[in-house]
Design a protein around this ligand. Sequence first.
Ligand SMILES: Nc1ncnc2c1ncn2[C@@H]1O[C@H](COP(=O)(O)OP(=O)(O)OP(=O)(O)O)[C@@H](O)[C@H]1O
Ligand SMILES: [Mg+2]
Length: 238
Amino acid sequence: MTDAILSVDGLVKRFGGLVAVNEVSFDVPRGLIVGLIGINGAGKTTLMNCVNGIYHSDGGRVVVDGHDMTNHKPHEIASLGVGRTFQIPRIFHRMTLIENLMVPVLGSEKSDAELTDMAEACLDRVDLYPLRGNNGEELSGGQQKLLELARVLMFDPALILLDEPFAGVNPSLCRIMIQQIEKMKQDGKSFLLVSHDLTSIYRLSDQISVLNQGEIIASGTVETIQSDPAVIEAYLGN
Ligand SMILES: Nc1ncnc2c1ncn2[C@@H]1O[C@H](COP(=O)(O)OP(=O)(O)OP(=O)(O)O)[C@@H](O)[C@H]1O
Ligand SMILES: [Mg+2]
């Protein structure tokens, strides 16, 4: 039996008559990066929203680190050590970058000085330290993605869900992002990574699952996925 930090079993999410996620099952083994790919509208973000409790699912189970967290609230799931970033960044525009990083550690027993040092170190890891006193609204789209990653670093979760972290991010910022994901993996973190950037996701992922019209049509190593006829058809058509 694998040691899974996340087990998704038969997950279903419907929007009216549309079955956006249809009996999806997969595991994220501890310490590994599982990539999730699929064309626009395949159900990737919806699946992530069910995993971290933003959406109430209509069937199936979500088990985090051995705890059944199906349809628990997002803060309850986060408190088990699940962090995430969003396809459309959700940062606080009228707060400084440092203040943005304080949000996930509200209520911490650490001193303000200690937390500020930590926040500065996290911003430095994504090259945003020079902008630490600026407001979130002053960041470019790509920098907002980096700020979200810095917020994940600050929160220090065991399982990290990344929804399109590379979208709209230029190659040099992408390199920073990839380096930080690799470093977090070395530190023992586990990931569910959604991306249309196949080069980056193939490079980073230990395993890939392919979602198509709400169903997983293939799972395996990068090599097996790349040569799977069902995947090629889903991406390129007949
Ligand atoms: N809140 C919602 N209400 C109704 N339908 C929704 C909602 N969210 C998503 N959907 C539908 O569910 C399906 C899956 O959408 P989802 O956003 O999960 O796709 P995705 O794989 O993340 O796509 P993309 O690659 O474009 O981000 C789509 O058909 C979408 O229109
Ligand atoms: Mg999406």
